[in-house]
Design a protein. Structure first.
Length: 92
């Protein structure tokens, strides 16, 4: 399954702030991580947070686009919509 996330690095804590819609109406998950955006630290923190929240190994989680952007596309193998909804609430 693929879904979009918008990451706030140096956000003070690691956590999800729910779903929002971009200007075109596409949903994205708002995430904040305490790691800085340098040297891939924020991307690693995003993968670690999603791994823990969704109970998936880090090796099953990929950032397929947006590695240097705040808006990223995440792909997680074998994840269902129900599991995503259970972890972060239903899509906006």
């Amino acid at each position: 399954m693929r879904f979009a996330v918008r990451v706030t690095p140096k956000g003070g804590r690691d956590g999800a702030d729910g779903w929002a819609l971009d200007p075109t109406g596409r949903p994205y998950l708002k995430l904040r991580v305490s790691a800085p955006p340098s040297d891939g630290a924020a991307n690693a923190a995003v993968i670690a947070f999603l791994s823990k929240a969704l109970k998936r190994p880090k090796s099953r989680i990929d950032i397929v686009s947006g590695e240097t952007s705040r808006l990223k596309m995440i792909e997680i193998a074998d994840l269902t919509q129900a599991e995503l909804d259970q972890a972060f609430g239903p899509l906006a």
